[in-house]
Every structure is written in structure tokens, then in C-alpha cells.
Design a protein. Structure first.
Length: 142
């Protein structure tokens, strides 16, 4: 028999090679899916809350005050909130928010001291694992 004719008629080697490649691909994909659930990667994404805040600044000769009020949106855990202040020179510091318990629409806190004209006040939410944080509101003191 002619070798070229024999080559064209025999195609047995193609099917096992494709079968092995498909089996390896399926095994790798299945292992990745199982590993993501076992390691908890499938449900580790936490939704950032949506909330709006209203700021009311009052300047006086003795001390400046800033009242931060939860204006609407999701109810937040006060322990996960912090207030960061950056003064006009760029120096920043973080403090507890002053919010306690559940922070829902209408809940407010008044801050005194360390607030001056040109400062930027930022309300920051931190997730339970303290791995990520999100800025919920920013206010520049006039």
C-alpha cells in the first residue's frame, strides 16, 4: 500500500490526543472551582455600603464644631466608621467617628477641636476584616 494513502486513511491518533487534552482542561477547571470554595474566595467579596452624610460647620471664638449627620442610605455599624481630618498643611490624623451602635438616617455626631478653615473631613467605612475601606463622604471646612 502506498504510504501517502495509508497516512490519509489512518486517523486513530487524533482522537486520543484531543481526548487527553480535554480531560486535563476539565480537571484543572474543576480543581480551581473547588479550591475557590474551600479557601473561601468565592464569598469573600463584601458589598460597600451606600450612605450620604450632611456636614454643618459652626465657627466660634472658643472652639469650632462640626456636626456630621447620616442623611440617608444604608444603616451602618458605628464601630466601622472613622473620621479622618487633613489640615491645610497636609497633616492628617484619624479618630473614632463618635458614632455608636447602628447609624441610620438622622443619626448625628458633633466633633470639636482640631477643625480649622481649609481642613478636609472624610468619613471612612472599614469592612469587618479591616482589609478594605471606602470613603463615604468628604467635606472641606470653609
Amino acid at each position: 500500500m502506498n504510504p501517502i494513502k495509508k497516512l490519509l486513511q489512518e486517523d486513530d491518533a487524533v482522537s486520543p490526543v484531543i481526548g487527553v487534552i480535554l480531560m486535563v482542561a476539565i480537571t484543572v477547571i474543576l480543581a480551581a472551582v473547588i479550591a475557590s470554595f474551600v479557601l473561601g474566595l468565592g464569598d469573600s467579596q463584601q458589598q460597600t455600603p451606600t450612605a450620604s452624610f450632611d456636614f454643618e460647620y459652626e465657627s466660634s471664638s472658643s472652639d469650632d464644631t462640626l456636626t456630621i449627620t447620616h442623611d440617608g442610605g444604608d444603616t451602618l455599624d458605628g464601630a466601622r466608621l472613622s473620621v479622618e481630618t487633613t489640615d491645610s498643611s497636609g497633616t492628617s490624623f484619624s479618630s473614632g467617628s463618635g458614632f455608636a451602635g447602628d447609624v441610620s438616617s438622622g443619626t448625628s455626631v458633633t466633633l470639636t477641636g482640631g477643625i480649622s478653615s481649609g481642613s478636609t473631613i472624610t468619613v471612612v467605612w472599614e469592612d469587618a476584616d479591616e482589609e478594605t475601606s471606602s470613603t463615604l463622604a468628604t467635606y472641606e471646612v470653609p
